[in-house]
Design a protein around this ligand. Sequence first.
Ligand code: PDD
Length: 288
Amino acid sequence: MIPGVPGESQVYLNGEFLRLDEAKISVLDRGFIFGDGIYEVVPVYQGNAFRMAEHLNRLDRSLAALRIAQPFDRAGWIDLIQQLLARTDMETGIVYLQVTRGVAKRDHQFPSVPVAPTVFGMVSAWSPPTAGQRAKGLAAISIPDERWLHCEIKSVSLLGNVLAKQQAVDAQVDEVVQFRDGYLTEGSSTNIWVVSDGKLLAPPKNNLILEGIRYGLMGELAAEAGIPFESRRISQQEVEQADELMLSSATKEVLAIVSLDGKPVGSGKPGPVFEQLRAGYDARIAAL
Ligand code: PDD
């Protein structure tokens, strides 16, 4: 028994649907040994996967970046997600997908003989942010980004992100805002947004951040709301002087950050740009 995880829930592992407590992988799986794998987290509303095509496009990019063989074609992935959802009677939840390079003798280089990737999928219970979190906003602290230089790959090698998130927990705040060489990168598991002089700003899409599926979506929502959007390097000083800060991710959706390093951000309350983008996000979910 793993606390908080219902053992009877149905998961997919390497061609089979099983109870979670029956799903087992080899200790020589390269995901376990080296963190040699990739993943996706797809939110589900009203039983429908949100932005599924975009998540599957990113999954393809992550596999290609690590040169892991693609286990399914697009129809195969969609079928897997639909089967997982059908077996788990859940209206709101998270589809988690993971592919590792597979099982091989422990050796850093890629296996010299063809190895089948390990494919795992599960649906987990998840509650969207509460009305209180939406109305009150979150607190964050600034920290140096100490992760590797391929943050664009959605890899399961997440130790840097794990240590960053624990710093937030230790400081009794909700998230970290990371900076590399004096410029904003992202949160531990979120993209960070800055509002300055009525403009929405985000760091450029490069190897220093994961391009969240909400990155593209926020751009669309800003355009719909007539909010100018710029993707460029953002200095730590600009973040400290921002009118608004917010974060986005599959599980946090869009939330305001109202306090950074113990100081209020702007008015100290979720701001008008957040409210507009948040309303747009809600409309997209409702239209699913
Ligand atoms: N994390 N940046 C990092 C480092 C992330 O881990 C995530 C998502 C994001 C936002 O991406 P998206 O909008 O596609 O969720 C940005 C997921 C939710 C996780 O690891 O659980």
